[in-house]
Ligand binder design. Sequence first.
Ligand code: PLP
Length: 386
Amino acid sequence: MTYLDANATTPPDPRVVEAMIPFLTLHFGNASASHAAGRKARRAVEAARSQVATAIQARPDEIVFTSGATESINSVLLFAQQQWPARPLLIISTVEHAAVIEGALRWEQCGGRVKRVPVDTNGLVRLDALKAALEPGQTALVSMIWANNETGVVSPMSEIVALAHEAGALVHADAVQMVGKLPVDVDAMPVDYLSLSAHKMHGVKGCGALFVSRRVPFSALLIGGGQEFGRRSGTENVPGIVALGKAAELAGEVSTHDLAVLRDEFERYLIVGWPGAVIHGGSSDRLPNTTSICLPGVDSAAMLILLDQRCIACSGGSACHTSLLHPSHVLEAMGFDAKHASSTLRFSLSRMNTRDEVMAAAAEVIRTARHILEQRDALSSPVEFT
Ligand code: PLP
């Protein structure tokens, strides 16, 4: 299989699997236990905390391990609303992941207000609209996706942070698609909270982290045994955490440049092969691995089935949407209509892909699209009865 769906999930790096296996077999101790097996697990968790902190230039005590980014995001939103009742406003963008969208709906159900800042046709958050939305003294939190999972468009995070802080609001960055693909430095980019996920960076599913800046408060969503220094109760997923630590260490190895060169070559092939093709966010800063492309006239649902049969894994938007026949809210927010969205495919590469397989996939995509068009034309031509 040629796997081009890394924004949905990445294949675990074999070195990550190798690092975690001993913690599924030999070193199974509970990290809270005081005996040798427990101490071994504790040391591994703390080593992983340092690895994750180093990957984003944070301090180890600013990292809280969670079950994934959905939990990290939920924790921040619920905490902020509870902590600052006198500041009822939450600001998000119109191109967030479902975890933030649903979290914002709950914020409203609990009596808060939410403003959703639009993006432009390139998928960039409109800073003028953000500035107008911010109500100093009323805004508890600005939660923004740092790099978009569907288009790869990278948000103007320094401007977002500066505007939010000027208005006295804190910032949560959904950095799930950033970490491991582009450098993240929370010292240089002073976000207050940041969510990341292991399975998007060649770790394993069911593990993630929340960065909480030492400058800001936080209290646990999950309470009980007081693990994670009281910030997230529940017995630690030691193998998953070890895997996340290793994945974070390896993230530094990724050559953003090489990935971008390959992605650009892939895109050029598609653009030449399909006149009228549109790359979403093509003129914005984008992740080096993501191509969201509209092939006008081609039904992406049919493409997904045929490409799957031809052993190419990609997606028709965000993975969370594939079971729903609803146009992507991200493309809608960028001003594209349902017809355009229904001809859109997302390809997301990773460091595990080779040039040969990626370019062979590009050729197969064009072949498949032509095949669909030929079939459609054959069906619509009049049948002559004799
Ligand atoms: N945020 C973004 C931008 C994502 O792409 C995803 C996963 O698709 C999430 C949040 C949720 O991450 P997790 O799968 O770790 O819960």
